[in-house]
Design a binder for this molecule. Structure first.
Ligand code: GLU
Length: 265
């Protein structure tokens, strides 16, 4: 009898592991699900100025990624389609996708071959590149000024931390949880430079006139929208929708709204 009970318990456990977990949800056809529910759940940043930053007055994230996701949702599902946003930090974004909590990631995410093993990317929707942010008048002008006596600040889980170790292996890299912690560390003098994508650093510099981007881009960071592996129809629809908003001028409108002013500086 005991053996039988154990057997049932074991089978139940296997069922929970295989049948009811998020991986199964994530294997459902995202496009079909979106069409049925009339909504797409997007994973977005809420700590990145210009792309996805929480507006504390409204409690909603605002930025380029959010507007692009809204435009794509309308293209894919029609006017009544709803975009739902969930915060997706670098460390949590792929697990959220794998667990079926979100349908897609649009969150300053660089397309890399390592990440492409885990997710399927759309076409590139934004071209960024890694650079440095320093206090005005800093002795650091470019990556070639980074040496064993320089501390560089970077965000955990970002391509920036890996790239800077390759480009300036002699420099000390200090990692922080998010970009606001990184910038606080730079301001308090814990490091001589902060490194991240130029587009992300532009957002910080535009709010903090005492700080400037320096040295130009030393990597290319093509941003893609990530869906679960095998969601081919969904990714195809995202690509078609991207093409459409490029053609009808909506992409440029959104681009100018967020980068028009900073790009002119
Ligand atoms: N584009 C970089 C990356 O995907 C940095 C942005 C981020 O922190 O998410 O790692």
């Amino acid at each position: 009898m005991k053996k039988l009970v154990f057997c049932f318990l074991f089978l139940g456990f296997i069922f929970i592991l295989t049948g009811c977990n998020g991986n199964n949800l994530s294997k459902k056809d995202s496009l079909k699900r979106a069409e049925e529910t009339k909504q797409i759940v997007w994973g977005v940043r809420n700590d990145v100025g210009l792309f996805g930053l929480m507006n504390i007055k409204t409690g909603k994230a605002e930025g380029f990624d959010i507007d692009i996701a809204n435009a794509l949702t309308k293209e894919i599902l029609g006017k009544s389609g709803k975009a739902v946003f969930i915060e997706a930090a670098p460390k949590t974004r792929i697990p959220l996708l794998k667990n079926g909590n979100i349908d897609a990631i649009i969150a300053t995410m660089t397309i890399t071959s390592e990440r492409s093993q885990q997710v399927d990317f759309s076409d590139v929707y934004f071209d960024a590149g890694q650079t440095l942010l320093v206090k005005k008048g800093s002795r650091v002008h470019s990556v070639s000024d980074l040496n064993e006596r320089t501390k560089v600040i970077a965000a955990k889980g970002s391509t920036g931390t890996e790239n800077i170790r390759k480009v300036a292996p002699q420099a000390q890299v200090l990692e922080f949880e998010n970009y606001s912690e990184c910038f606080t560390a730079l301001k308090s003098g814990q490091g001589e430079a902060m490194t991240a994508d130029d587009a992300i650093l532009m957002g910080i510099a535009s709010q903090n006139p005492g700080y400037v981007l320096t040295g130009g881009k030393f990597t290319t960071e093509p941003y893609g929208i990530a869906a679960n592996r095998g969601q081919t129809a969904f990714v195809e629809r995202i690509n078609q929708a991207l093409q459409k908003i490029h053609q009808n001028g909506e992409y440029d409108q959104i681009y100018n709204k967020w980068f028009g002013k900073v790009a002119q500086k």
